[in-house]
Design a protein around this ligand. Structure first.
Ligand code: FE2
Length: 280
C-alpha cells in the first residue's frame, strides 16, 4: 500500500485497525471521568453554525486547558439539560494530549510521529486534541471546513489524526471528505482580532461546494488522516448510537505558527514531538 501516494492524491487516508480495542476503551473511560468531574460553570455551547462562532473567553482560552463544550441541542426550553451531562457534551478540548495522563500516553505514540513523517512533516509537533462525542439523537453537524483555517502555519502543515473509538457510519454522523480538495487554496482564516475576540477572515467568497463528498465510514480503531487543506464535514447524529472519536492535530515545527491564530499556549506548555521507537 502506497500510503503517502494515496494521501497526496486524495488529501486523506483511512487506516483500519490502527489502534486496539483496549486503547479505545481507556480513552472512553478517561473522557467520561473528565465530564463527570467537570463543574457546570466551566462548560460552554459549541457550534459551527454561527459564522462568527461563539468566541467567548472560555473557548479562546482552551488551547492549553481541558474544557468541556455542550451540544447546541443539549438544553430544554427551560434552559436545563434535557439529558444527563454525559449525554450532553459535544467535545472536550484542546490540550488533553498534554494534561490528562491517559491521553498523554495515547497521543505521543511513535507510530503516529512516523506516519506524519512519512506524509511529509519534517518535525511533527502535537498542537491540539479534541474528544468528540457526536451524542445520540442530538449530535450536531460540523459544516464544511479546512482545519488549516484554524491552525494556520506558513507553509500549511496542520494535519489531523482522527481515531474512531466507536464505529462511525453514515447513520451516526461519520466524517465526509472531498477527495482532492486539499490542492485548493485556503478559503477562510479564523484569527484573533486583538480585542479579546476572534472571527473569520474570508479569503475566497465563493460558497463551499455542497457536492463531491464521500463518506469515510470507520470501524472502531480506525485512524483517518486529514490534510489541513482538505474540505471535510460530518453529519448530525439522529441515531440512538454515539460516535465517539479522538482527534489530534499536528503541525510541522519547521513551519511558522501565526501569532494571531486562535489557539495559543502559554510558555508553561511548549509543543512536543512524538516518542522515539522503544520509548515507554
Ligand atoms: Fe476538521
Amino acid at each position: 500500500m502506497d500510503r503517502a501516494g494515496d494521501y497526496h492524491r486524495d488529501g486523506f487516508l483511512v487506516l483500519p485497525r490502527f489502534v486496539d480495542e483496549a486503547a479505545c476503551d481507556e480513552l472512553m473511560r478517561a473522557a467520561s471521568h473528565i465530564v463527570r468531574t467537570s463543574s457546570p460553570e466551566t462548560v460552554s455551547v459549541f457550534t459551527t453554525h454561527e459564522q462568527a462562532r461563539r468566541t467567548d473567553d472560555y473557548f479562546l482560552g482552551s488551547g492549553d486547558q481541558v474544557r468541556c463544550f455542550f451540544e447546541e441541542e443539549a438544553f430544554a426550553a427551560d434552559g436545563m439539560l434535557a439529558q444527563p451531562i454525559e449525554r450532553s457534551i459535544n467535545k472536550i478540548g484542546h490540550a488533553l494530549h498534554d494534561l490528562d495522563p491517559a491521553f498523554v500516553r495515547f497521543s505521543y505514540d511513535h507510530r503516529f510521529g512516523a506516519l506524519l513523517g512519512e506524509l511529509g512533516l519534517a518535525r511533527p509537533l502535537l498542537l491540539q486534541s479534541m474528544y468528540i462525542y457526536k451524542q445520540p439523537f442530538i449530535g450536531g453537524e460540523v459544516t464544511p471546513h479546512q482545519d488549516h483555517t484554524f491552525l494556520w502555519t506558513d507553509p500549511p502543515s496542520a494535519t489531523g489524526l482522527w481515531f474512531a473509538l466507536e464505529d462511525a457510519t453514515v447513520d451516526n454522523g461519520c466524517m465526509w471528505a472531498r477527495p482532492g480538495s486539499h490542492r485548493e487554496p485556503p478559503r477562510r482564516r479564523f484569527r484573533r482580532d486583538g480585542r479579546g475576540g476572534a472571527s473569520f477572515e474570508v479569503l475566497d467568497p465563493a460558497p463551499f461546494p455542497e457536492d463531491g463528498y464521500v463518506p469515510l465510514e470507520a470501524p472502531r480503531g480506525t485512524c483517518i488522516v486529514l490534510h489541513g487543506l482538505l474540505l471535510h464535514r460530518s453529519g448530525a447524529n439522529r441515531s440512538p448510537r454515539s460516535r465517539q472519536a479522538y482527534s489530534l492535530h499536528a503541525i510541522d515545527g519547521a513551519a511558522a505558527y501565526r501569532a494571531d491564530n486562535w489557539l495559543q499556549r502559554g510558555p508553561h506548555l511548549p509543543l512536543r514531538g512524538f516518542a522515539a521507537p522503544g520509548d515507554a
